[in-house]
Write a protein that binds this ligand. Sequence first.
Ligand code: UT7
Length: 347
Amino acid sequence: MLRSKISGIGMYVPKNIVTNNDLKKYMDTSDEWIQERTGIIERRYADRTGETTTTMAVEAASIAIERAGITPQDIDFIVFATLSPDYYFPGCGVLLQRAMKMKEIGALDIRNQCSGFVYALSVADQFIRTGTYKNILVIGSEKHSFGLDFSTRGRNISVIFGDGAGAVVLQPTEEEGRGILSTHLHSDGEGAEILAMYNPGTHANHWGHYADFKDAPIAEMFMSHEMIDNAQNFPFMDGPSVFKKAVVKFPEVIMESLSANKLNASDISMLIPHQANLRIAQFVQQKLGLRDHQVYNNIQHYGNTTAASVPIALCEAWEKGKIKEGDLVCLAAFGSGFTWASALLRW
Ligand code: UT7
């Protein structure tokens, strides 16, 4: 039976470290509030003009490709997850294909925010299992620091997010019990507006979650001075509602992956939860009865890097020797959409 295995992994975070105290220059916040509510101590911000979502992805991908023992020209498909693309369109997949001088291969962009990487991995896994492709590059990359409201008005969101990228190369394996065992994807669009960036968009307030602008000229429905003046071009989040749903769906989708493979929580060697909030990860750990060495968290140093958080944490855990051959690794994510997902793999 053909399965996908991760044969190379890489991560990249910008050099610029931004502490909680640094954020006090822009907004009314405190190191105590941020650490107590989220566990975050610091995050990285990309160089304003020198780095983009795509350039960070190239850094992470180069490491993953080298570790897989191949070259960019061997990659035969790209799956790129981000919510902070260089352009509204086209997506980052083609920019990465160009930057890495790859062949004229397919480049797919995934829009599933925090669960984007696990969704991307699942898509790539299907192409490997069917024998369609042999070297797939799967990426999560984000440059959040460009799209946040740094005034006190946006503090519940802006203190959480950070920049960075993670990438893996997936290849087929016929080794018994090795590689991605299963993936599980879910959504509930009832929560779409609870964590969202409404503008620019084509909604024209059709869904009724936005100030009425029926009489506005069409050009101003997409992006207007008023939107910018009112910070309506920044992400919106009802944090407590997201938190409540996350602590239910995280354990549910992890248990789903375990029972699909007739395994228990105690079998997990390493859980890599999407780094949304350390308090969420701790809740999930407690709910599943996992010991500290079975869960890897690094939100303390990178903040929430949405689609990049799972591959960054996976890469860092592996680089530190915390993931070894034969280990049962569970990846799980929950976020905007709502969407949530898990992947269970034997390293
Ligand atoms: O990865 C995407 C998925 N996202 C998540 O999973 C996020 C889930 N939600 C959360 O992690 C939490 O809801 C937050 C960390 C975002 C917020 O924590 P909270 O305990 O839910 O706080 P809150 O939004 O209920 O706000 C509590 C208070 C408010 O003040 P009042 O109204 O009680 O006076 C906020 O204005 O904290 C205030 N506040 C802040 N104070 C200092 C909000 N943000 C800040 C801040 N610094 N940065």
